[in-house]
Design a protein around this ligand. Structure first.
Ligand code: 7PM
Length: 262
């Protein structure tokens, strides 16, 4: 279970960075206690419509938070970035996992990740965050996502990244309509043949809003339901905001499926 630590620009607007860091630490401790296995820290908003962030700004947002969390918490930290400089600085600051929504396509990213020798999540995204939700089209979304992830996995292996350090993610909501998201989740098992663990992020996403009308702050039940269904379909990792609730749901799922008793 991956807990999402929110450091988006709006969390800096009131009270400045120190207050944001205090809140990040409090949020991180809470997620650790609730049973998160990994905390994802990102300084670039990949929200649909969001503008790009420059490297210095991203370093400034992310590195001090990772340093603080790495010394304070017993959990591994994931850095959500596409920039090789941020990957290097974040790993030096104590992160142990790279989550890249651009699947190491940025210049130098593949080489940086290979050198750093940490696990990497490669995510599928059609287009760029600023424009990705304007009329995304596929002939066959499952085949296209699978082929893309397979091609990026091969690029990693060719760059010297061991395939047992690669995690794959279909990128729910990243250049996908509600129909595309539902088709991908329904056919998630078709990505298992790539041979890597699957990570999914469905927590609070607009898919739930589109299906139910619920605003983002009222999507807990839909998020938990989707986490369970993704796990049932073969996802090994889920990226969530509401750790305690999802841990409880996945315990029940695991017990039913594997006979795990706690
Ligand atoms: C607004 C909308 C803000 C959406 C943030 C988001 C994923 C991710 C994100 C995912 C991986 C969110 C997204 N989603 N990384 N980063 N997989 N690997 O819901 O699905 O947090 S940002």
């Amino acid at each position: 279970m991956i807990g999402v630590l929110n450091l988006t620009p709006d969390s800096f607007s009131d009270g400045g960075r120190f207050m944001a860091r205090d809140r990040a630490l409090e949020q991180a401790r809470h997620m650790a206690e609730a049973g998160a296995h990994l905390l994802d820290v990102g300084g670039e908003s990949t929200r649909p419509g969001a503008a790009a962030v420059d490297v210095d700004e991203e370093l400034e947002r992310v590195v001090p938070v990772i340093e603080m969390l790495a010394t304070d918490l017993p959990l591994p930290i994931s850095v959500d970035t596409s920039k090789p400089e941020v990957m290097q600085a974040a790993i030096a600051a104590g992160a142990g996992f790279i989550n890249d929504v651009r699947a190491l396509r940025a210049p130098g990213a593949l080489e940086a990740a290979a050198q750093l020798r940490v696990p990497v999540c490669l995510m599928h995204m059609l287009g760029e965050p600023r424009t990705m939700q304007s009329d995304p089209r596929y002939d066959d979304v499952v085949t296209e996502v699978r082929d893309f992830l397979g091609e990026r996995l091969q690029a990693c292996v060719a760059a010297g990244i061991s395939r047992d350090r690669v995690i794959l993610d279909p990128g729910f909501g990243f250049g996908k309509t509600t129909g595309h998201n539902l088709t991908l989740l329904r056919q998630l098992h078709e990505l298992l043949g790539l041979g890597c663990p699957l990570l999914v992020g469905l927590s609070r996403k607009s898919l739930i809003g589109a299906l139910t009308g619920a605003p983002v702050e009222q999507r807990l039940a839909g998020s938990v339901a989707l986490a369970v269904m993704a796990a049932w379909s073969g996802a090994r990792m889920v990226r969530v905001h509401d750790v305690a609730e999802t841990v409880q749901a996945l315990r029940v799922h695991d017990a039913l499926r594997y006979g795990v008793e706690h």
